[in-house]
Design a binder for this molecule. Structure first.
Ligand code: KIV
Ligand code: ZN
Length: 517
């Protein structure tokens, strides 16, 4: 007999809306790794991408659709025939596929972005939903910028698309303008006033511009929303989307209040969060709820005493319930190739060719010689690095020598391999990292603006690998580069080269929400 407690669906859009965050773009392989991790987390829906954006986006959604068997795989499409056809084609191998189509409904978007009258928008939306229904019964519709749309108009379009066959109605607060009481009331009002609202699941999709995405989503849940769209670590455009880990743990920890069932395996939250952070190069702030390094550290003396006497005095959740103990010591210097490969596959990393495994294993051995304890995060950084070194043949680091001495100007000697030919360059800088970056720029005649440079320790201890993120811009093209090494100067050089290599790739993908329909 099934549970009588209503189910709340978790719709993860890390691979679509999360990826729209400048610099967070991911390769097909990286998306596949995250999709597999999301499936282990047991999210109900994985929004895998926007297939019309580019052939790479199409291939990534297709690969996720081929791999994921349990979660529903969703593809985004504007309310246009060619987008919907492309989404359906990408989803063809999916065990359970969903087409998510959208059109803007706020006065400002209809007038300035679409140049359409409200009647035309309704007509287009209905047409799009019917068109998508030719491919699948699972069609979701979003009135973009619903948070700033006229409630009466929203009722009208929602009723029309449900009649046309939409099974999920997602209400986005696209620009993060709403506040909880107002947004909750909007959802309650729609469910109450739309005559056929019982034929669809109401969903919400909140952006975090005012820091209210999670609060708005939860307010909507109390008013009848039964799907929440969110991303790991709150990744997403501008201030991001509602953070999955916060939504899930609020609903779990306060089940007494919300009384809803979730399918999520919460012990996978921290591993998933780390994977997303490693792949995108977006670090998680230490005081971030649930997944920040300090989230479960009870540092003040008074708190520690309380926790030692009775955990519940200060802790409302257990660290292990969200997966904090899963970053275990896995391998050491004497571990063999099989153990290495097995642990990687448990982490969702499948290295396809023998040469990739060999290369990664070589690097593992080198790391194990320098660092005695190898944790899961070290392994993830290592394979991300393998992908970096083999996938980008344009610029490679051959060797690096840095001189830094008190009272002297730091200098760097860098040997690069540029399209196969070696070149040695020397430069000085304000510090050793600055000297290395200047040498690289000189060596490859690159022009790019440095937007961000950040270093994080992957694990604890002074022998931890440094994980460096470098964000570069060339006009509107923004990329994140990453590098990991126990030597942070080497990690910095790798990250910088990784970003320069990414800048070489053409930026020919369409953004779903810019421009017309
Ligand atoms: O924020 C938004 O409105 C979106 C839609 C495409 C659902 O991401
Ligand atoms: Zn969005």
């Amino acid at each position: 007999m099934g549970s009588s407690i209503p189910h709340l669906m978790i719709f993860d859009t890390t691979l679509r809306d999360g990826e729209q965050s400048p610099g967070a773009s991911m390769t097909r392989e990286e998306k596949l790794r995250i999709a597999s991790a999301l499936e282990r987390l047991r999210v109900d829906v994985i929004e895998a991408g926007f297939p019309i954006a580019s052939p790479d986006d199409f291939a990534a959604v297709r690969a996720v659709a081929e791999t994921v068997r349990e979660s529903i795989v969703c593809a985004l499409a504007r309310a246009k025939g060619e987008d919907i056809d492309r989404a359906a084609e990408a989803l063809r191998p999916a065990a359970r596929g969903r087409i998510h189509t959208f059109i803007a409904t706020s006065p400002i978007h209809m007038e300035r972005k679409l140049g359409l009258q409200p009647d035309e928008v309704v007509e287009q939306a209905v047409w799009a939903v019917r068109h998508a229904r030719q491919y699948t019964d699972d069609v979701e519709f979003s009135p973009e910028d619903a948070g700033r749309s006229e409630p009466d108009f929203l009722c009208r379009i929602v009723e029309a698309v449900i009649k046309a066959g939409a099974r999920t109605i997602n209400i986005p607060d696209t620009v993060g303008y709403n506040v909880p009481e107002q947004f909750g009331a909007l959802i309650g009002r729609l469910i109450e006033r739309v005559p056929n609202s019982d034929k669809a699941i109401f969903s919400v999709h909140c952006h975090n511009d005012l820091g209210l995405a999670v609060a708005n989503s939860l307010a909507a849940v109390t008013q009848g929303a039964r799907q929440v769209e969110c991303t790991l670590n709150g990744l997403g455009e501008r201030a991001g989307n509602a953070a999955l880990e916060e939504i899930v743990m609020a609903l779990r920890t306060r089940r007494d209040f919300y009384d809803l069932e979730l399918a999520i395996d919460t012990t996978q939250i921290v591993p998933c969060s780390r994977l997303v952070s490693t792949i995108t190069g977006f670090p998680v702030q230490p005081n971030k709820a649930i997944v920040g390094a300090n989230a479960f550290a009870h540092e003040s003396g008074i708190h520690q005493d309380g926790v030692l006497k009775s955990r519940e005095t200060y802790e409302i959740m257990r660290a292990q319930d969200v997966g904090w103990d899963t970053n275990r010591l896995v391998l050491g210097k004497h571990s063999g190739r099989n153990a290495f490969r097995t642990r990687l596959s448990e982490l969702g990393v499948v290295l396809e060719s023998e040469s990739e495994v060999n290369e990664a294993f070589q690097r593992f051995k080198i790391l194990a010689d320098r660092k005695h304890e190898i944790f899961d995060d070290d392994l993830l950084a290592l394979v991300t690095d393998v992908e970096w070194s083999s996938a980008n043949e344009h610029l490679q680091l051959v060797s690096l020598k840095v001189c830094s001495e008190t009272g002297e100007l730091p200098s760097a000697e860098v040997t690069l391999r540029i399209d196969g030919a070696e070149r040695r360059v020397v430069a000085t800088g304000a510090g050793p990292v600055d000297a290395v970056f200047k040498a690289i720029i000189k060596g490859c005649d690159a022009t790019a603006t440095l937007l961000l440079y950040s270093v994080n320790a992957i694990t604890s201890g002074t022998d931890a690998q440094g994980d460096v993120t470098v964000r570069l811009a060339d006009g509107a093209h923004i990329v994140n580069g990453q590098g990991a090494d126990v030597d942070i100067i080497v990690a910095s050089a790798k990250a910088y080269l990784n970003a320069l290599n990414k800048l070489k790739a053409p930026m020919d993908r369409a953004h779903p929400q810019h421009g017309g329909i």
